[in-house]
Design a protein around this ligand. Structure first.
Ligand code: HMG
Ligand code: MG
Length: 317
């Protein structure tokens, strides 16, 4: 695929109130592929991760060590992870829900893990078969052991803004679980808008409430799904608040099999277009990244939902 020549890059107009650099936490291979109807062959996943690294992404969430019956799309984690062993200078975090998952990740030499909590009881039950507090109890020994092993631990928190069963989620409820994850020893948090209902004012209110609970912004990343087309606006609000870690998914792949109203994540290409236009460095080569997403869309048999991928690679609507 080729890019569209003269309009292959955004015009750069620097915004001095924004951070000079953003770290993109790429989740396409995990959040993206966990939600596909078809199971993508392991070799294709490995090539996908290599191509993402070639495009300049340095944090690429590779897979999950969850129960294979819960997420069959990622049941090949043991076969995939060793195929990524040649990647230099790239962090490859993996999801682990419990001690069994951590054992599997440790056996393969993973250096970064993520636990994934819920701000709501309904999603904790659907996604982890636990209450919110039971899930925290399940994560506690995982985080302790991972830290003993000098691993970097991310704590996801889902349903930070709205929940398909419970509706709008009170900010205080979210802050409580964020605090618990940090107190447990997580190095960073990722605030999940799992079903993509957040709007920028809500994002600002949550980040402010977290600061008031002594959660510093430099420990917080944002993870927006794009169901209502708000993900980029929400990201800009987070950047204005000082957030410098943004999760995104190449080509806008994604969703959560245990939250039916979840659609794809913010597309990495759409994010990079905005960041580069704002003069914010990401280290990503947008042309290579879009070509990768167009290639993956070919494997999945449908066009990428990312507007930027379509514009740069002339994919049919
Ligand atoms: P459970 O059924 O309660 O499991 O599921 P259990 O603890 O009762 O164990 C039952 C059996 O499963 C045992 O085997 C365990 O060994 C085995 P048995 O003794 O009966 O033979 N088992 C495992 N096997 C392999 N790997 C494991 C594992 N754990 C237990 N890790 C469990 C509880 C947590 C396992 C299950 O609920 C689960 O796997 N859930 C994962 C769901 C998931 O992956 N969801 C998507 C990721 S979250 C997300 O996408 C949101 C995010 O993107 C942020 C956002 O957008 O908001 C991160
Ligand atoms: Mg997600």
């Amino acid at each position: 695929m080729t890019t569209s020549g003269a309009i292959g890059l955004p015009m750069k107009v620097v915004s001095p109130d924004l951070p000079p650099r953003v770290r993109i936490h790429e989740v396409g291979a995990r959040d993206g592929l966990q939600n596909e109807q078809s199971v993508v062959p392991t070799e294709v996943k490995a090539e996908f991760v290599h191509r993402l690294a070639d495009a300049g992404l340095t944090t690429i969430e590779a897979t999950s060590f969850v129960h294979p019956k819960w997420v069959p799309q990622l049941a090949d984690a043991e076969r995939l992870f060793p195929l990524l062993g040649d990647l230099q200078g790239v962090h490859l975090p993996v999801l682990v829900p419990n001690e069994r998952g951590l054992e599997r990740a440790l056996a393969l030499g993973a250096h970064r893990v993520a636990v994934f909590a819920s701000a709501t009881e309904s999603f904790a039950k659907a996604n982890l078969n636990r209450t919110v507090d039971e899930a925290l109890t399940m994560f506690d020994p995982v985080v302790s052991r991972a830290r003993e092993q000098k691993m970097h631990v991310r704590g996801y928190l889902s349903m930070c803004f709205g929940d398909p069963w419970e509706g709008p989620v009170p900010v205080a409820q979210v802050v409580r679980v964020c605090r618990a994850l940090l107190d447990m020893g997580c190095d960073e948090l990722s605030l999940g808008d799992t079903i993509g209902v957040a709007t920028p004012g809500h994002v600002r209110a949550l980040l402010t409430a977290l600061n008031e609970a002594d959660v510093p912004t430099d420990r917080v990343g944002v993870h927006f799904h794009d169901t209502y087309g708000q993900a980029l606006a929400n990201t800009l609000a987070a950047l204005q608040h000082g957030v410098t870690t943004v999760d995104a998914s190449a080509g806008g792949l994604g969703g959560c099999p245990y939250a039916k109203s979840a659609t794809g994540n913010l597309a990495t290409e759409d994010l990079v277009w905005m960041l580069h236009g704002l003069g914010i460095d990401t280290g990503v080569d947008l042309g290579r990244l879009s070509a990768t997403s167009a290639w993956m869309a070919g494997h999945l048999g449908r066009p990428s939902p990312s507007r930027t991928v379509r514009a740069l690679t002339h994919q049919e609507q």
